[in-house]
Design a protein around this ligand. Structure first.
Ligand code: 13P
Length: 260
């Protein structure tokens, strides 16, 4: 049976106090779930990270950062370096989230520098990929995913591939105006991603978890997680209440176990 991944990106929500109480509640709710079979991770705002590290048990919840600079230090005003994250005890960094790409203009070659820097520091790098609605309508979604993966993972060797995670988050499915992908559509795209990872890393590519994100909710979580090429769910809005996220994780896990 595959290991399942459930995570949430808190985006620019929740300050220090809210993040701490959210994490404490999520730990209480989920501490009985077997972490050999499941990984739960939360990606809070930068300002909450230092306090968040102190209030979690890292065996229960992994914490990540929402972005990172590729340089260790330098004249990069407003950026956060890998060394600063290391100092906090963070070992997971999300790279290339759709909002970074589409609101802040990040591009594939930049994501590649970040991925390589993250791996050089021994972090797990969670690369987000996904096509826009326009690209989907042009029928080039698959090409877009291949490009984002091939450039994003350019010059990454297979050995380091063990620290890679991928999130497929179609841009049109994310956020309040997003339309969730159907489980069939998501599965097809995950297959393309897995194929590309095999092309890039050989057998090691098969070990890279690929998560689906974009308007995951209690209604669609089960049908998504039971798809053979979907290894986990990366949730925004429907995970920001710890009780509701716990319920979503449990019902998805149950649906997956029953299907196996
Ligand atoms: P929503 O679940 O709110 O659509 O957000 C998904 C997301 O962006 C996770 O990174």
């Amino acid at each position: 049976m595959k290991k399942l991944y459930f995570g949430s990106n808190l985006k620019m929500y929740k300050g220090i106090k809210e993040t701490k109480s959210y994490l404490q509640r999520l730990i209480d709710n989920t501490k009985d779930l077997n972490r050999e079979e499941m990984e739960i991770f939360i990606i809070p705002s930068y300002t909450a990270l230092s306090d968040a590290v102190k209030c979690i048990d890292e065996k229960l919840i992994r914490l990540g950062a929402q972005n990172m600079c590729w340089e260790d230090e330098g004249q990069f005003t407003g950026e956060i370096s890998p060394r600063m994250l290391e100092e906090l005890g963070i070992n997971l960094v999300m790279i290339g989230h759709s909002e970074r790409r589409h609101v802040f203009g990040e591009y594939d070659a930049e994501e590649n520098r970040k991925v390589r820097a993250a791996l050089n520091h021994g972090f797990k790098a969670l690369l987000c990929v996904g096509e826009t609605e326009e690209e989907k309508n042009y029928g080039i979604a698959e090409e877009v995913l291949r490009t984002q993966l091939k450039v994003g993972f350019y010059n990454v060797d297979a050995e380091k591939g063990k620290n890679l995670w991928v999130a497929y988050e179609p841009v049109w499915s994310i956020g309040v105006n997003g339309v969730p992908a159907t489980s069939g559509y998501a599965e097809n795209m995950h297959k393309i991603i897995k194929e590309t990872l095999r092309d890039l890393f050989g057998l090691a590519g098969e070990e890279i978890p690929v998560l689906y994100g974009g308007s995951v909710n209690p209604q669609n979580a089960e049908s998504l997680i039971v798809q053979p090429s979907i290894d986990g769910l990366f949730v925004g809005r429907c995970a920001w209440d710890a009780d509701k996220f716990n319920a979503l994780i449990r019902s998805a896990e149950k649906a997956y176990r029953e299907k196996m």
